[in-house]
Design a binder for this molecule. Structure first.
Ligand SMILES: CCC(=O)Oc1c(C)cccc1C(=O)O
Ligand SMILES: [Ca+2]
Ligand SMILES: [Zn+2]
Length: 318
């Protein structure tokens, strides 16, 4: 890795090159790391009137608030992941501003997308530590922005469960990218780095075993319209996990065996479906059909296309 310059805020712009060990000649120039852009951070100082004081915009140096600096970096990683993996330029595909407000209210155990921007609470130190520090939470919130600019999945009913699942899925795809494209147990946990700081190993949600949180669904026949979208998301989260890693339903709700295609191909399929095929009223059955369509559009093999259908069958979407 060579430094080919520095950004306005002093951080180096790195160039990844493959060098011949014998004579030092450059063999190949790996894709340069895109620098994020259009980040705009606000400090709510524990009030709730959005957006709050502007404290750090794109290219500005780090501030004295580690939460601001961490969220700025998480937004940068999220921007870079969307650009590198899907060639998407920000929320709207054309460099739209990433507006984020931290220190919302007091001891607030939530983070949310309000239709225009991301908002993060500090947590109460028991249920959550500061949510703005988390990469998969930040990417979850930013993905609500991507979804609202594309499929615009209605935030209720089956489409609401899919909306939430898109955010959990791409929240962890970004975390996987940020970890150097390495899959670990954390890739399938949601919010693990800020959830219950005094309890190790747990998470807000579990994509590989949704029912582990005591509320989330892992089987479509159990779905009813009264289920919170953060729980019905488990149906699609588990389908994505099984498509990525292969295997069978963790609680034997079905016996379907899914062949793994890997997280990157699974992510390309779900990204294309969410941004180019899904409508605002997409159902789980349509998600099965349209993720299959996306796999076909991407030119994947028949076996890979079949694996998509199997993943949804495994969670009871026939
Ligand atoms: C993983 C991020 C997440 O789920 O954030 C929320 C929390 C913690 C509470 C209420 C809503 C949300 C959300 O963004 O959907
Ligand atoms: Ca995670
Ligand atoms: Zn959400």
């Amino acid at each position: 890795v060579t430094v080919k310059g520095t950004q306005a805020d002093g951080t180096p712009i790195l160039d990844k090159v493959l060098v011949n060990a014998v004579d030092g000649s450059v063999v190949a120039r790996l894709p340069t790391i895109h620098t994020a852009k259009n980040r705009e951070l606000h400090d709510l100082k524990n009030k709730t009137t959005l957006p709050g004081t502007t404290v750090r915009t794109e290219g500005q140096a780090a501030t004295s608030d580690a939460v601001v600096n961490n969220n700025y970096d998480r937004l940068g990683t999220t921007y870079d992941a969307y650009k590198e993996l899907f060639n998407r330029d920000s929320l709207d595909g054309s460099g739209g501003k990433l507006i984020s407000s931290v220190h919302y209210s007091t001891k607030y155990n939530n983070a949310y997308w309000n239709g225009t921007q991301m908002v993060y609470g500090d947590g109460d130190g028991s249920t959550f530590s500061n949510l703005a520090n988390s990469l998969d939470v930040t990417a979850h919130e930013l993905t609500h922005g991507v979804t609202s600019n594309t499929s615009n999945l209605e935030y209720s009913g089956e489409s609401g469960g899919l909306n939430e699942a898109m955010s959990d899925i791409f929240g962890n795809v970004v975390e996987y990218y940020g970890a150097g494209k390495v899959v670990s147990d954390n890739t399938w946990k949601v919010g693990e780095d800020v959830y219950t700081p005094n309890t190790a190993g747990d998470a807000l949600r579990y994509m590989n075993d949704p029912a582990k949180d005591g509320d989330s669904l892992d089987y479509y026949p159990d779905y009813t319209s009264g289920v919170d979208v953060h729980y019905s998301s488990g149906i699609a989260n588990l389908a994505f996990y099984l498509l990525s890693q292969g295997g069978k339903h963790p609680r034997s709700k079905t016996t379907v065996s899914v062949t793994a295609i890997g997280i990157e191909k699974a992510a390309q399929i779900f990204y294309r479906a969410n941004t180019q095929i899904f409508t605002a009223s997409t159902t789980f059955a349509q998600a099965k059909q349209w993720t299959g369509q996306a796999a076909q559009d991407l030119g994947y093999t028949q076996a890979e296309i079949s694996a998509v259908a199997d993943a949804w069958s495994a969670v009871g979407v026939t």
